[in-house]
Design a protein around this ligand. Structure first.
Ligand code: ATP
Ligand code: MG
Length: 246
């Protein structure tokens, strides 16, 4: 389990995130939802070691109870913005996480290419990011993250730019992949359908300052969740979010 404790993030005298604690269990999808601006990306950036230097943060991260550095090598991160390098091809971008973990560019390319078709990126390996649509760039960024096969992944609104059908396809792909090879996932989303379909647990964050105000387990296996039960959970989440945004 990867745990965060006592995370406080400040911008000058303004407290963005206040004494936040959360856990990312192995083999489970934990969704983090909350009003825009409540600090979801800041939490995930802190955990990934790339929080803006103008912000001040204190807190600790633990892996299996032991303090770990940030970024922890056991975690791969997909930022909210795709952050592809414009001077690298799509295949080079997709393989960059693997290269940073020590693989050669050639091995990284061989590893990512088979995923281009299922990710709807066929024919794009040698294109540059500027030649892709926003949704394609987002899938390339997702590919760069997921292919690293880390024990944990942090995904910041990974499917927000995708059309409805592609989004469902990518959600199914991720769930199927996690069934084959369980990994701990922390996923930020604004989509309550996505959260209730995919999550094993949903954490709700408050705004001003950011704190976890609800922790909702979804214990029914994904395939057995009925539309009525999902609608019920969405309604609970909606009430919590309305309270946080009012
Ligand atoms: N570098 C920065 N300097 C000052 N304030 C910042 C900085 N980065 C983020 N913030 C502020 O921190 C708060 C949280 O931002 P963050 O991006 O974490 O929110 P979020 O929950 O991810 O929002 P969204 O759902 O819109 O992506 C916001 O009020 C934002 O203005
Ligand atoms: Mg964000």
């Amino acid at each position: 389990m990867l745990r965060v404790e006592g995370l406080t993030i400040r911008a000058g005298s303004r407290v963005l995130v206040d004494d936040l604690a959360l856990a990312i269990p192995d083999g489970r999808i934990t969704c983090l939802i909350g009003p825009s601006g409540c600090g979801k990306s800041s939490v995930i950036k802190w955990l990934s070691g790339i929080l803006d230097r103008s912000l001040e943060a204190s807190g600790r991260a633990f892996l299996d109870g032991r303090p770990v550095p940030r970024p922890d090598p056991a975690l791969a991160y997909q930022p909210q913005q795709d952050a592809l390098f414009p001077w690298l091809t799509v295949a080079e971008n997709a393989g960059l996480g693997l290269e940073m973990r020590g693989q050669s560019r050639r091995d990284a390319r061989a590893r990512v290419l088979p995923l281009f078709a299922p990710f709807g990126l066929e024919g794009c390996a040698d294109a540059f990011p500027a030649q892709l649509s926003g949704g394609m760039r987002q899938r390339a960024a997702f590919l760069r993250t997921i292919v690293q096969d880390t024990r944990f992944v942090a995904l910041d609104e990974p499917f927000s730019a995708l059309d409805a059908v592609t989004r469902l396809r990518m959600q199914d792909w991720l769930c199927a992949r996690l069934t084959e090879t369980p990994r701990g996932v922390l996923m930020v989303t604004h989509d309550l359908h996505e959260a209730t379909q995919m999550a094993d647990r949903i954490l709700v964050m408050s705004a001003r300052p950011g704190r976890i105000v609800a922790d909702i387990p979804l214990t029914t296996p994904r395939a057995a969740r009925t539309e009525a039960a999902l609608a019920d959970t969405r309604s609970t989440l909606k009430s919590l979010l309305l309270k946080e945004t009012s």
